[in-house]
Design a binder for this molecule. Structure first.
Ligand code: HSE
Length: 439
């Protein structure tokens, strides 16, 4: 059997600890599958003495990720530190410059510096694998990077943040508050170190930016994503959506349009009978629409120790099986030097259906006025309902509209006009509707 693949791991949190335990407990099966043993020979973490439930003897300890990347006798550097800058970025750059292969779960780093890192890896003939960075254990990177080569992709979308999906599901099914659900997601190890990244949509945006590049062959453009998180979603929205045959999910969507590529992350209404509407809890789902294959939908665990470690392990195993000096799959699907410039489609041109929830004073003519503002902007309505809500003052009512396909520009104009009306109470809620093609 060939020499062992020597692996150094930076970061022994939820994912790192799961990874070490899996590699140690399946050593012999992995050696058989990969044709060579996988050995963890170096580690680093914030706290050396913490009991992590595995034996660290035989692993060299380094005080920092940067030192491990620069000095350890390893073939593969596994970065599980997180963060777009600092130790994670510095250590990954150092490892690649040394010609080491790198495996990372760090979506923030890739979203910020993925093209630059891919260039270094490609120049050095090293592999930079990042399956765990998007949708946890779902092998979507491999699908886009390798399996769908030759397909022209028109839309990639999905539920890519386990924490948000967990919160939305628990709010709907158990009637718990947003804060309670978030706390539980943190306890279970799903949330980012700063959970604002989850609930404000940044985490989904980082993942979407990576998928956009793989799907469309354009440079990573994480700063060009339209972004809305879920903090504004109330239990009233969830119930109203349900009454109308929809569920609310935080989706990331990248779509080819005539005016460029649309990238957006926002709470989205999906038809109740679609598969993606049934994806609950920490589970993620990614749909890819392409011309040769049609629609592909992958559903699986999106966060947590084992799910993420499974993807990291798959990346390490790919390196163990690869031949030295062999032609490498381009890191981002297309060689980094050949990625096209990203051309952003304006959000105002976005076309689709919309859900609008208004709280209004209960006066004669309000319903007609709302319908008129829609008509003035050529917005055709699929449904419009008015109902009293026990929690509202007697004089307030809720009007819920669902529109047929229209443009974002028309919706913004209509809503702005309604905001000028004295009958409106509070801020209107506007949620875009997304319709899956096949599932
Ligand atoms: N915080 C992320 C999530 C972890 O909730 O999906 C996986 O990237």
């Amino acid at each position: 059997m060939t020499d062992a693949l020597k692996v150094g791991i930076a970061g022994l949190g939820t994912v790192g600890a799961s990874l070490v335990k899996i590699i140690q407990s399946r050593a012999s099966e992995l050696a058989t599958t990969c044709g060579r043993p996988i050995e963890i020979t170096a580690v680093t973490a914030r706290n050396r003495s913490r009991d992590r439930g595995f034996d660290m003897s035989g692993m060299a300890w380094f005080d920092t990720p940067e030192k491990l990347a620069a000095e350890a006798d390893i073939d593969v550097f596994v970065e599980l530190v997180g963060g777009a800058n600092g130790a994670a970025a510095d250590s990954v750059r150092t490892a690649l410059q040394r010609g080491l292969h790198v495996v990372t779960a760090n979506k923030a780093l890739l979203a910020a510096s993925g093209v630059e890192l891919a260039k270094i890896a490609e120049e050095k003939g090293a592999l930079l694998n990042f399956e765990a960075a998007v949708a946890g254990g779902i092998p979507v990177i491999k699908a886009l990077r390798e399996s769908l080569t030759g397909n022209t992709i028109s839309r990639v979308y999905g539920i890519m943040n386990g924490t948000c999906n967990y919160i939305l599901t628990k709010m709907e099914k158990e009637g718990l508050s947003f804060a309670e659900c978030l706390k539980e997601a943190q306890r279970l190890g799903y949330a980012e170190a700063d959970p604002a990244f989850d609930i404000e949509g940044n985490d989904t945006a980082h993942k979407l930016a990576i998928l956009t590049t793989l799907a469309f062959g354009t440079k990573i453009a994480a700063d060009e994503i339209y972004l809305e998180g879920i903090t504004n979603i109330s239990i009233d929205d969830i119930h109203a959506a349900s009454d109308l045959g929809y569920r609310i999910k935080l989706l990331g969507v990248a779509q080819r349009t005539e005016s460029g590529i649309e990238q957006r992350v926002h709470p989205t209404m999906v038809p109740h009978d679609s598969v993606i509407a049934q994806v609950d809890g920490v589970t993620n789902a990614v749909a890819i629409e392409s011309d040769i294959l049609g629609e592909l939908l992958m559903v699986g665990p999106g966060a947590g120790g084992n799910a993420t470690a499974s993807a990291v392990l798959g990346d390490i195993a790919d390196i163990a099986k690869s031949q030295p000096g062999a032609q490498r799959v381009p890191v981002l699907g297309t060689p980094a030097a050949a990625l096209a410039d990203y051309r952003r489609a304006q959000m105002r041109s976005h076309e689709g259906g919309y859900f609008i929830r208004l709280t209004v004073a209960d006066r004669a003519g309000v319903f007609a006025s709302v319908a008129t503002r829609m008509a003035e902007n050529a917005i055709s309505l699929e449904s419009i309902v008015q109902r009293a809500k026990p929690s509202e003052a007697d004089s307030d009512k809720t009007i819920i509209l669902v529109t047929h396909a229209t443009t974002e520009a028309a919706i913004r104009k209509a809503v702005d006009a309604i905001k000028q009306e004295t009958y409106l109470v509070g801020e209107p809620q506007v949620i875009r509707i997304e319709r899956p093609k096949a599932f």
